[in-house]
Design a protein around this ligand. Structure first.
Ligand code: SAH
Length: 348
């Protein structure tokens, strides 16, 4: 086995075996990383041109009934400041976002019991009514199939639910006993079946993660073939059990972005805020490694800092307009352009 032939195989066959992926991730040299990056960038340019899609992220609630060991919003974090947005606040974020050119709104939050199907369907259908030209993405954690179907019927188009780690034993070390990796992965299939454009994804460098785990994540994504895949480095939060664990590496995250692009050429792949948080040029580098989406924050400024899933999150002080100007400048500087388009998944 050698790394260059594995990179070649990823380019031509869009696949590799578990052993090959492990070998590649363990042995890749700097010059091979550059070769991999170039191939992934080329692939993404061929499919998307220099066009980067934007998604307006609206963080609707910092309440959560779950207790994921890595997340700052976990129920047992007594220091977390909890807030939830009203329907009016959410609609006003959409209004601002629409004026700034956003055609996708991502409503993300902790698993907050306040947002029942009734409450949530009312919000989704109102956004759908006001903005028929926009995509509505939900990222509200695990809900029943019936609930996901009702939200879809109310006008939601897409759902982001990272699988976090494909290995169920590893999943169990990151979550309390009542949560299950098998259930989470099953829900991803349910989402696809309902007709959502579905987003999976995983953290890079989460506690106890092995290179084999990452290979399994890549193979899981390949098999599921989701329309979107969000990956970002794990970043410790000071009020969680994992406060003393190291953060994920930017280099490994970038390598994985490139491998994902080669294995899943058309997948919508964000250069995440977490990547931008651990590296000053993280998001630009993400784009140069094959990503094609950025997700600026549209949440009301007064609540930004309280949606603290990890420490030192960037862009918590800026107005949405400022964020988009800044990001747009950064992307122009590397030869890319933000486009105001729904940016749907295209199968051909
Ligand atoms: N409650 C929703 C949204 C979670 S926040 C859900 O369960 O899907 C979105 C993502 O942030 C999570 O899926 C997780 O992958 C990531 N995340 C959470 N804590 C993190 C941390 N400490 N470092 C990096 N990413 C984190």
């Amino acid at each position: 086995m050698n790394t260059l032939s594995i990179i070649e195989k990823l380019k031509t066959e869009q696949n590799a075996s578990r052993e090959e992926l492990v070998f590649l991730l363990e042995n890749i040299t700097d010059s091979e990383r550059e070769e991999l990056r170039r191939a992934a960038q080329e692939k993404s340019l061929k499919i998307f041109g220099g066009r980067v899609y934007i998604r307006g992220l609206i963080e609707i609630s910092s309440y959560c009934k779950n207790d994921c060991l890595y997340c700052g919003l976990r129920r047992s974090n007594k220091n977390a400041v909890r807030y939830r947005l009203t329907k009016e606040q959410i609609l006003s974020c959409c209004e601002q976002g629409h004026a700034l050119g956003f055609r996708t709104f991502v409503l993300q939050g902790g698993e907050d019991g306040y947002f029942t199907d009734e409450v949530m369907c009312d919000i989704v259908s109102e956004i759908r009514r006001r903005y028929p030209d926009c995509a509505i993405t939900l990222s509200l954690g695990e809900r029943s199939e019936q609930s996901l179907q009702r939200l879809f019927d109310s006008g939601a188009d897409r759902y982001l639910l990272r699988h976090e780690t494909a290995d169920e034993n590893h999943y169990a070390r990151l979550h309390p006993d009542i949560m299950s990796g098998a259930r989470r992965k099953g829900l991803l299939c349910t989402l696809k079946k309902i007709g959502y454009q579905t987003g999976a994804g995983f953290m890079v460098g989460s506690p106890y993660q092995t290179i084999e785990n990452l290979a399994d994540d890549l193979l899981f994504v390949k098999e599921l073939s989701p329309q979107m895949c969000g990956i970002g480095p794990f970043i410790p939060h000071k009020d969680t059990v994992f406060r003393d664990f190291a953060q994920g590496s930017p280099e490994l995250t970038l390598t994985l972005l490139s491998v994902l692009r080669l294995m899943n050429p058309r997948v919508l792949l964000p250069a995440t805020t977490a990547l931008g948080t651990i590296h000053p040029k993280g998001r630009e580098l993400g784009i140069l490694h094959g990503a094609n989406v950025v997700m600026p924050n549209l949440s009301p400024r007064e609540h930004r800092k309280d949606y603290a899933i990890y420490d030192n999150k960037i862009c918590t002080g800026d107005e949405a307009a400022e964020c988009i100007r800044c990001l747009s400048g950064k992307l122009n500087a590397i030869g890319y352009q933000i486009v105001t388009d729904r940016g749907d998944y295209k199968s051909e």
